[in-house]
Design a protein around this ligand. Structure first.
Ligand code: MLT
Length: 311
């Protein structure tokens, strides 16, 4: 990033509109989460924080733009497990280093993923999905938000566990994947629960499994992958806020404090819970827990992903 600003400017922060880059299409999990974060910052820092959707390449185009922005706090990234931890597994020439080129501000939310199929897909649970997928693997279309996105990662874990190689169809986000599924063009996707929740409830698509140990309180009738004998399908990505490295410490602290305050608000907690999020507890907020989580999730998941890619 371009080095930022002097001390007096940092004191005044934020003195003008701040851009929050959401590296996926509008309307999906990353966008909804980014807009919740924008609302928190706007209210607690008395300034406009506006979301800019920069989709493409599994979120890495938007993340790269943020990494290269001036380190002055006026360009922020609402990133996640893919863009800010696991992307190097997919892109040898990523153009940014998730750990060196960003300073974490804090976690915003975590959501389990769901396996969702089109309404008329001939399976109503994971066992039926596996049986059908195995004998029709070549015909299947899986939608995702690009190589390295969390919807791609979820599908990769699922496909490797079953031993199938469907056609993986990339979009700039999972909101357009869902539209394609509603149009019958995509057979299945793996997306954080908030992405498809209302269409699942409306019966417009079917949720076959929660990729976690626990069921989602928002969809209590959907069994987990563990219950259905496929524990390898385990994916609950974190979402977090980042600034380019070199951003003044006082700016980082203001942002972290505002995010913390927002996450303590009852209205924000209710909104996140209604979306199926796991609320970030106070002890896990702020820069350090997010930096630690990036390190531990990278160490834990990189070997699993590499093994899945080789299958
Ligand atoms: C989205 O918000 O479009 C996707 O959920 C992002 C992703 O799959 O990583």
């Amino acid at each position: 990033a371009i080095a930022g600003m002097n001390g007096a400017q940092a004191q005044d922060y934020p003195a003008r509109t701040v851009t929050i880059i959401v590296p996926f299409a509008a309307g999906g999990p990353a966008d909804i989460t980014g807009r919740i974060v924008a609302d928190i910052f706007s209210r607690h820092l008395n300034q406009k924080f506006v979301v800019e959707n920069v989709g493409g390449a599994g979120g890495t185009l938007g993340a790269l733009r943020a990494a290269r922005a001036a380190a002055d706090g006026y360009t922020i990234l609402s990133g996640h497990l893919g863009t800010n931890a696991l992307a190097p597994a997919f892109y040898p020439n990523l153009g940014y280093d998730p750990q060196k080129d960003f300073e974490p501000i804090g976690l915003s939310a975590e959501y389990p993923e769901l396996l969702v199929v089109r309404k008329d897909f001939p399976a109503n649970n994971l066992a039926e999905f596996v049986a059908y997928a195995k004998s029709n693997s070549g015909k299947l279309n899986a939608g995702h938000a690009g190589l390295g996105s969390v919807s791609y990662i979820g599908c990769l874990l699922l496909n490797a566990a079953i031993g199938i190689k469907p056609t993986m169809v990339p979009f700039t986000g999972t909101a357009p994947v869902l539209n394609a599924m509603l149009a019958g063009e995509i057979d299945y996707e793996c997306d954080p629960v908030l992405g498809t929740l209302s269409q699942v409830r409306a019966g417009a698509v079917k949720a076959l499994a929660v990729a976690a140990r626990k069921r989602s309180p928002m969809l209590p009738d959907v069994p987990t992958s563990y219950e259905q004998g496929l524990p390898e399908f385990d994916c609950a990505p974190f979402y977090g806020v980042f600034v380019p490295s070199g951003t003044p410490q006082s700016v980082i602290e203001k942002l972290a404090e505002a995010l913390d305050k927002g996450l303590s608000e009852e209205s924000v907690q209710k909104r996140l819970a209604d979306l199926g999020a796991d609320i970030v507890e106070p002890g896990r907020r702020g820069p350090k827990p997010l930096a630690d989580l990036i390190r531990s999730e990278s160490a834990r998941l990189m070997p699993i992903l590499r093994a899945a890619m080789e299958k």
